[in-house]
Design a protein around this ligand. Structure first.
Ligand code: GDP
Length: 366
């Protein structure tokens, strides 16, 4: 499954947010290094379309789709040199597909800040620097390897690789992240993907704000937004404290009332999950039978057999064809039979690229 890792300095609210996300029971305490084991949470993706499909199909059960979120604690200044178990944490980041970077944008004298005062721009740079230093290590190793290959084999590709890596090295030394490095998709795939660089992973910033700032932010969020203008990354204002209050509320109505009182239509957790889904380049298709209405996660661009493989590898191997109904057609005609009668059920083959919202029925050999 695709994974997003939550990173940030100690005491910025990562575990609080993670707990709200997963309702897992990691300890949130007021001191650095509280959460040293990476916690993996499986998070349900809220999707209004499932609610609508349920009304029409009236199935025995409804199964939403999920993404995995890992709480990566303990990143501090010096992590790339192994401080505070730094290397282990950096390794955990390497295994993720995207980064949720939490920065503290609330003042609270009761919550100790590892660097003395609230300053999200500095905090973000501390984390970035550690990740960049780690990437520089990786790149240096690769450069010396490729240089040998370029010399001995007269290998043209290796030479081009060295050129790109040296340019990227300079870019990182200027304090920039690899994700902002300009390279063609082909060369990225050829020379960079195998390195699993940390700063090349897509990122969302979460400003952990006080209650009053969830809608329009505050001076801290403004400073951060100014600092990351060039990154074109999404920035969310979330109050981890509010989210943990909401997470323990039993009824949906209570939650909605609480949110409305605050002028919000959706919880920060819901916004974050949706943003993460987008960041990971994921799409959802549905299966809609009387037993089960279910959402399935695919990477955008998956062809029909790959999408079938998400359900079961046999579905991919034995794929014959798929019957596809667009979500909006299903909503309009209200059943598979009615869609079929009205020519809204398309038969698609192996090369069909599945779209977000497709309702799929796979036919396969066993
Ligand atoms: P982590 O080290 O980044 O995982 O931080 P934690 O989630 O453990 O939070 C550190 C401390 O900050 C805890 O005492 C939390 O209760 C507190 N905290 C977290 N989020 C908020 C928030 O939005 N507002 C306030 N006032 N305190 C918070």
């Amino acid at each position: 499954a695709l994974q997003a890792g939550i990173v940030g300095l100690p005491n910025v609210g990562k575990s609080t947010l993670f707990n709200a996300l997963s309702s897992a029971k990691a300890q949130a305490a007021n001191f650095p290094f509280c959460t040293i084991e990476p916690n993996v949470g499986v998070i349900t993706v809220p999707d209004q379309r499932l609610v609508e499909l349920e009304k029409l199909v009236n199935p025995q059960r409804v199964v939403p789709t999920t993404v995995e979120i890992v709480d990566i604690a303990g990143l501090v200044k010096g992590a790339s040199k192994g401080e505070g178990l730094g290397n282990q944490f950096l390794g955990n980041i390497r295994a993720t597909d995207a980064i949720i970077h939490v920065v503290r944008c609330f003042s609270d004298d009761n919550v100790i800040h590892v660097d003395g005062n609230v300053n999200p721009v500095r905090d973000k740079e501390i984390i970035d620097t550690e990740l960049q230093l780690k990437d520089l290590d990786t790149i240096d190793k690769k450069i010396s390897k490729s240089e040998k290959q370029a010399k001995t084999g007269g290998d043209k590709d290796a030479q081009r690789g060295v050129e790109i890596l040296k340019a990227l090295k300079q870019h990182l030394e200027e304090g920039k992240n690899a994700r902002a490095f300009e390279v063609t998709p082909e060369e990225k795939e050829k020379f960079l993907d195998e390195l699993c660089l940390l700063t090349i992973k897509p990122v969302i910033y979460v400003c952990n704000v006080d209650e009053k700032s969830v809608i329009s932010g505050n001076e801290f969020t403004a400073a951060l937004q100014e600092a990351i203008k060039a990154e074109k990354a999404e920035v969310l204002f979330i109050s981890a404290a509010i989210e943990s209050d909401i997470a323990v509320m039993e009824s949906y109505e209570d939650r909605q009332m609480f949110l409305e009182d605050m002028g919000l239509s959706e919880s920060g957790v819901a916004r974050l999950i949706q943003a993460t889904y987008k960041l990971l380049n994921l799409a959802t298709y549905f299966t809609a039978g009387v037993q089960e209405v279910r959402a399935w996660t695919i990477t955008k661009g998956f062809i029909a057999p790959q999408a079938a493989g998400v359900i079961h590898s046999d579905f991919e191997k034995g794929f014959i064809r798929a019957e596809v109904i667009k979500y909006n057609d299903f909503l309009k005609y209200k059943s598979e039979a009615a869609c079929r009668e009205n020519g809204k059920l398309a038969v698609q083959g192996k090369t069909y690229i599945v779209e977000d919202g497709d309702i799929m029925h796979f036919l396969f050999n066993v």
